[in-house]
Write a protein that binds this ligand. Structure first.
Ligand code: SAM
Length: 280
């Protein structure tokens, strides 16, 4: 394969299983003049596994803007460059945006290679709607901010895809129950392509129980996929949950659920169960 000169190649790398790299990706990494890597030591392991000796340079969130001119100069000399991140597709919740933008602005070609991406890998096996989906990346770390981000997605009809850290997964699913209700279907995909790969789908309330039932279920890297809001399905509409919260401040939950069922229609038992899950 002949590489183009004066080109930036965007090269996905494995998200766990070292074999998940394309032949074309390996050829590009071997033949470019320079590999820009988020962490040169981490990428060094992948390169030495494939006997690739191309020179590397670090390009991460903190130096990316400063690197643009250096790399434009190299492209002007006709060099070809590859950009990789620690795992998966660069720029997808990973550095590279400023670099790609700057290099395209300077008039150079940016060539993307297809390859591993945790979000797409997870969606392909989750059994959730994939005709339309919204990639939301990482939510913020603090619960108040996270709940307000989720509140903006309350009525999102598309499947939502989140990346989440094992340290926050229990709190995040709890916040999802508070905002979307305990009946919303969620699929968690952890450790994709690795030994302990697990894909588990359940209503949010049951998923939280499953997570709490075994600490191993909370370990590793994970993608969370949340079914979109449907006006006519069994899930409880966000405004109905709001009414239930409001009334349960003044009344016992059973009474509040019965009143909300009368006002909005729906089953009082399902409302009562959701209220319990929300700790009302
Ligand atoms: N650029 C990467 C991609 O294309 O997927 C994502 C990088 S982001 C910094 C890392 C996050 O991706 C992890 O915290 C996790 O949410 C998700 N992730 C990466 N590898 C994964 C795997 N093997 N299984 C499940 N999720 C994974």
């Amino acid at each position: 394969m002949e590489l183009s000169s004066a080109t930036l190649y965007i090269v996905p790398t494995p998200i766990g299983n070292m074999a998940d790299i394309t032949l074309r990706a390996l050829t590009v990494l071997e033949q470019v003049d320079l590999i820009c890597a988020e962490d040169t030591r981490h990428t060094g392991k992948l390169l030495s596994h494939h006997n690739i000796t191309t020179q590397t340079m670090s390009v991460h969130d903190h130096n990316e803007r400063a690197r643009v001119q250096t790399l434009v100069n190299k492209l002007e000399q006709g060099q070809s460059i590859a950009l990789v991140s620690d795992a998966g597709t660069p720029l997808i919740s990973d550095p590279g945006y400023h670099l790609v933008n700057g290099i395209r602005d300077a008039g150079f070609k940016v060539v993307p290679l297809p390859g591993a991406c945790a979000a797409i890998t997870a969606l392909s096996a989750a059994g959730v709607a994939t005709d339309r989906f919204a990639f939301e990346g990482f939510l913020v770390a603090k619960s108040a901010g996270r709940q307000s981000q989720l509140a903006n997605l309350k009525s999102e009809p598309r499947t939502m895809v989140f990346y989440e850290s094992p340290r926050r997964i229990v709190d995040t699913i709890s916040d999802m129950i508070a905002v979307f209700g305990g009946e919303r279907h969620i699929v968690l995909a952890r450790e994709l392509t690795k030994t302990f790969e697990t894909i588990h789908g359940a209503p949010a309330g049951d998923l939280l129980e499953w997570l709490r039932s075994d600490e191993n279920n909370q370990r590793g890297e994970m993608v969370v996929m949340v079914a979109g809001y449907k006006a006519n399905d069994e899930t409880i509409a966000p405004e109905v949950i709001d009414a239930l919260k409001l009334l349960s401040e003044e009344l016992p939950l059973k009474k509040a659920a019965a009143l909300v069922a009368k006002l909005y229609g729906g089953k009082k038992n399902a409302l009562y169960k959701t209220g319990l899950e929300l700790g009302l």
